[in-house]
Design a protein around this ligand. Structure first.
Ligand code: G4P
Length: 196
């Protein structure tokens, strides 16, 4: 998606080979107009699929998912990372390993928010190693929901996440796919196939 690519080029900061900072429009300050354009693009890419609900993970996925939910006219459920007062028996739970933080954490969704047979779309900001999406997919499996696809804002295509998810048969639609980043020059190369 050209609009997102341009924004990343203009305002993204390459912190290292693996870390892109996008605090000016995606992770800290948020650009609702850009989010709306992204949501419409996901709507186009998942057209024809039945989507009853959007699922994401706190924190950065939530804002994107809400705009997508508004455009697609469906509710949004987010997996919580922190503990909850709800009893464990009342929640679906999965473990996510973060390569960035080198630790595992639990994600949870209350059972009565996902009904068996519902069709879900996962939305998230970054796809790196794919572990967060795999955790959400595990929760969808426990809930006996149908996972229709995964909408990602920024995929780092040289990290293993997208391939891992596609190997499992998931329809992954990333709006910007980064092929490489150079922290010295700040240069970012995109996979132009996604630049519609
Ligand atoms: P994975 O989910 O694809 O396996 O990724 P990983 O564990 O490596 O990423 C952990 C966190 O770092 C996630 O956010 C993810 O969105 C974020 N992340 C991954 N790569 C980048 C990057 O290049 N730039 C930025 N800014 N973030 C990146 P999180 O821990 O869930 O935090 P939150 O921001 O959603 O609260």
């Amino acid at each position: 998606m050209k609009l997102l690519q341009e924004r990343i080029r203009r305002e993204g900061i390459v912190r290292s080979h693996d870390v892109l900072i996008v605090s000016h429009f995606l992770n800290h300050q948020l650009d609702p107009q850009l989010f709306l354009a992204m949501a419409k693009e996901w709507q186009k890419r998942f057209k024809g699929k039945r989507i009853d609900k959007i699922m994401t993970i706190e924190a950065s996925g939530i804002a994107l998912a809400v705009v997508a939910g508004l455009v697609m006219e469906v509710p949004v459920v987010f997996a919580k990372k922190r503990g909850s007062v709800t009893l464990d028996d009342d929640q679906y739970c999965a473990t996510v390993y973060s390569y960035t933080q080198k630790k595992s954490y639990a994600i949870r969704v209350e059972k009565d928010l996902l009904k068996p047979g519902e069709h879900l779309l996962i939305i998230d900001d970054f796809l790196a190693n794919g572990q967060a999406v795999l955790g959400l997919a595990e929760i969808a499996r426990q809930a006996e929901c149908v996972l229709e696809g995964v909408g990602i804002a920024i995929e780092k295509g040289y990290q293993p996440g997208a391939a891992l998810l596609r190997e499992r048969g998931l329809d992954v639609q990333s709006l910007a796919v980064i092929r490489s980043m150079d922290p010295q020059s700040g240069a970012i190369e995109f996979d132009e196939a996604e630049a519609v």
